[in-house]
Design a protein around this ligand. Structure first.
Ligand code: 5GP
Ligand code: ZN
Length: 114
């Protein structure tokens, strides 16, 4: 997707502070952090929204959650608690149309979200 912001970060055309990457996903700092740790877990494959996840993507989505847990452990806030968030479509708060998961940790997170 030539006009997709996160595809451009995946390809390296737009810089980001990459914290982890493997053959399936990259993880980088959110440009507007909402917690002391606010990472974005982004599959290399362009999937626009949660509504576009296919059966063939099940392993990928599971891998993203396992990676979030691994990073929470590594960063030291796993036992305190953290949040993994996906926003879908406008009312859900989605602003970038390439599926991604926010990993928020390092503070007490309130519920319900705004
Ligand atoms: P959404 O609102 O779609 O769930 O999340 C998109 C996230 O991408 C937002 O938290 C926003 O701060 C972040 N973001 C937007 N543009 C950039 C960018 O150019 N670089 C990085 N690292 N994050 C971005
Ligand atoms: Zn994309």
């Amino acid at each position: 997707m030539s006009d997709c912001l996160f595809c451009k970060i995946v390809s390296g055309d737009i810089p980001a502070n990459i914290r982890y990457q493997d053959e399936q996903l990259i993880v980088f700092d959110d440009i507007n952090p909402q917690a002391s740790t606010h990472l974005l877990l982004v599959p290399r494959k362009h999937i626009s929204t949660t509504l576009d996840v296919q059966k063939e993507d099940q392993q990928l989505i599971g891998h993203i959650f396992q990676t979030a847990a691994m990073l929470a452990l590594e960063l030291g806030f796993a036992s305190d608690g953290f949040r993994v968030v996906n926003n879908c479509n406008e009312a859900g708060g989605q602003t970038v149309w390439h599926i991604h998961f926010h990993l928020l940790g390092g503070r007490n997170l309130t519920w319900p979200p705004g």
